[in-house]
Design a binder for this molecule. Structure first.
Ligand code: 6R9
Length: 665
């Protein structure tokens, strides 16, 4: 926590304010700041009563709860613990017999442009059939299932089918390596893997199944009894007799009806791995009841979802945003949504805009890194500028994953939103389950670069190292003072780490520590996130632990003696990964340095995944260390940025090393 102060920046002077357009407010669920305030007041007056009301309104309970918040084993909080429900029934069954039954649930656009649509009824049948297939292969309530799938309807079906039978899914993003898949299989104790032969990205057929094969061959995965393989493309893949079954075999003869299994509200719906500041990725465990409540409620509030909307969240199901705002929330809200398999730049950087036009998208939710890369593309090639497409169907825009810089915000507002669509800059984390701090599009006046105010009931605050509230204008650590229903329940298999990471003793042991720095504006008290205060980087909206990358580098034992990884600001990706490496051989230069840097990049891609490849690798004969042997990361951060070192270096054991590292090899 001592690094908190380093992230504190001066208050952004941002005078532009964009009140909600009158036409938007006129039809919005929450249509004024008075209505917002009334909800905040309700939560403050009767915290449990407020959440109980929302839980009754947003969730279909097969057994109603009588308890609301249980703090007896804090910070292992429980919500609605004696209630029972099924997440899949809350997304599908509840719409049967209503006008939503025959409404389009998913408009799927494949990488190559083919479009497939499914209605809620069809989706229910596919999920049920899949669930029956899983049961027939011995997958049971409480089992963990690892999902390693491309963005497809089948990916959503696989998640929903697990939820339907009470199995806990753990989705791994398709960009992770065999080693990363294996570590997650072992940590989560999975009994089955659901994967695809290939995935299509940018016109290329990329293997997934063979990565699963490699993962299983790494050992420790003996609990895996079945690997179910979606045949996304006609290209054959290796199938191990007895263990591997195609989806055709899985679904063969299975009924399209399957009664949803009621689970307790605290039953783990999923475990999703995310990077932390130390050690291995953490398995973030979410509970069924509280998560479903917030997934549904935030879709209605933040996105003001209407029956006529065509919603598009571009996040992959391998990330939390793809869980809450693709696989669960929009379905629970009965929305029509677009699911996209491909990448924003294929066949060209106009793809997103073309798809918005083609499908009449009304609400578009993406990451700042995508916006920045499409701005760059539009600036250099008029043919992919959004003005070439009719974007008039849009009524609301959203941003997620990292701070959005005011320039990108303004471009998004002008060129995509035609100065007509509010932008919801939604701050939240894997651990939060759903939106935490975000504008409400019909109520909140917007300020570019600010996620504005916490949702009603979310007790976000900014404090110093001992938990004292900071005045507006003074930066500090972002915390949430009271538990909320969709919060992380545990780190799978590591309760001690859970307590230490999120509920530190210094803050009293019950306050949730987000790991981000933040500051509230003097005039409005609006929150602005200043970035992580721990050793977590945010590269293109993907969370990466510096320690994780360091461990990957030093595991190349024939070459690497020591490594330190820091982030530096990057115009496109937000942050870029910089590695400082000490080799077990003399410091290389020129071609040799380039070639070794590439070798190390590929090594990291193999150990973690291509998303973790360092952008810069610098070699030195040592790292800057204190006399007690601690690596001085703040100096490395300055070097990575290309800044002159102005900090005090008198405690350094080896000050000469700074000069060497500052030179590129
Ligand atoms: C949903 C998601 C969480 C970290 C979080 C913060 C950053 C996310 C943000 C934002 C500023 C926003 N972050 N949304 N920073 N403004 N609107 O991204 O979850 O992958 O766990 O990342 O992302 O640093 O701590 P996750």
């Amino acid at each position: 926590m001592s690094t908190a102060t380093s992230a504190i920046e001066s208050v952004l002077v941002e005078n532009r304010v964009f009140p909600p357009p009158a036409t938007f407010a006129a039809q919005a669920r929450i249509a004024s700041m008075e209505q917002y305030q009334a909800l905040c007041d309700e939560a403050e007056r009767d915290y449990e009563g407020y959440w109980a009301r929302l839980a009754r309104e947003n969730v279909v309970w097969s057994k109603p709860f009588t308890q609301v918040l249980d703090e007896s084993n804090a910070p292992f909080f429980q919500w609605f613990a004696d209630g029972e429900l099924n997440a899949s029934a809350n997304c599908l069954d509840k719409h049967m017999g209503t006008p939503v039954e025959h409404k389009t649930a998913i408009i799927f656009e494949a990488d190559g442009g083919e479009v497939t649509k499914v209605t809620y009824r069809e989706l229910l049948e596919r999920v049920s059939q899949f669930a029956n297939g899983l049961k027939a292969h011995g997958v049971q309530k409480g089992d963990r299932v690892l999902i390693y799938m491309p963005m497809t309807i089948e990916g959503v079906v696989a998640m929903q089918a697990c939820a339907r039978i009470g199995a806990t899914h753990s989705v791994v993003f398709g960009g992770f390596s065999a080693k990363a898949v294996q570590e997650r299989i072992v940590d989560v104790g999975a009994v089955a893997v659901i994967t695809s032969n290939y995935q299509m990205r940018g016109g290329k057929e990329l293997p997934l199944k063979s990565i699963v094969d490699d993962a299983l061959a790494l050992g420790g995965c003996e609990a895996i009894k079945n690997v179910f393989v979606y045949e996304r493309t006609p290209t054959a893949c290796n199938l191990v007799a007895g263990r591997d079954k195609t989806f055709g075999e899985l679904l063969q003869g299975q009924s399209k009806e399957c009664a949803p299994v009621a689970v307790g509200a605290e039953h783990p719906l999923f475990i999703l791995y995310t990077s932390g500041s130390t050690g291995k990725p953490k398995g973030v465990q979410h509970a069924t009841g509280g998560y479903m409540l917030w997934a549904k409620q935030t879709v209605d509030w933040t996105f003001d979802m209407k029956d006529s909307d065509v919603f598009w969240c571009t996040a992959d199901i391998g990330w939390i945003t793809g869980h809450t705002y693709v696989a669960y929330g929009p379905l629970a809200a009965g929305a029509t949504q677009i699911v996209f398999e491909g990448v924003p730049t294929f066949p060209n950087a106009g793809r997103f805009w073309q798809m918005i036009e083609r499908h009449g998208c009304t609400i578009f939710y993406t990451a700042p890194t995508a916006i920045r890369s499409l701005i760059k593309a539009a600036d250099s090639d008029a043919a992919v500028h959004p003005k070439n497409w009719d974007l008039s169907s849009l009524r609301l825009l959203g941003s997620v994953g990292e701070p959005i810089n005011p320039e990108a915000w303004m471009w998004y507002h002008k060129h995509i939103g035609a100065e007509r669509c509010p932008i919801v800059d939604t701050f939240w984390q894997t651990e939060n389950g759903g939106h935490m701090i975000t504008p409400l599009p019909g109520a909140t006046p917007l300020v570019p670069g600010s996620c504005t105010l916490p949702l009603p009931g979310i007790t976000a605050a900014i404090v110093d190292e001992t938990g004292n509230d900071m005045a507006n204008g003074a930066g500090g650590m972002l915390v949430v003072k009271k538990p909320w229903p969709s919060m992380i329940r545990n780190i799978w298999g590591d309760p001690e780490r859970f307590k230490k990471s999120y509920f530190p003793e210094e803050l009293g042991g019950k306050t949730y520590l987000a790991g981000d720095g933040a500051v509230r504006s003097v005039d409005r008290g609006y929150f602005r996130i200043t970035g992580r205060i721990d050793d977590v980087l945010n590269v293109s909206g993907h969370r990466m632990g510096t320690m994780e990358i360091e461990s990957a580098l030093v595991s190349k034992t024939d070459l690497v003696a020591e490594a330190a990884v820091v982030g530096r600001p990057d115009d496109l990706t937000g942050e870029a990964i910089c590695a400082f490496v000490v080799l077990k051989r003399p410091v290389p230069h020129g071609e040799e340095a380039k070639q070794l840097a590439n070798e190390l990049r590929n090594w990291v891609a193999k150990e973690i995944g291509p998303i973790a490849k360092p952008k810069d690798i610098r070699f030195g004969e040592n790292l800057p260390k204190t006399r007690s042997g601690k690596i001085m990361r703040r100096l490395l951060r300055s070097i990575a940025k290309g800044e002159a070192i102005t900090q005090d270096t008198s405690t350094l054991e080896n000050p000469a090393i700074l000069e060497q590292l500052a030179k590129t090899n």
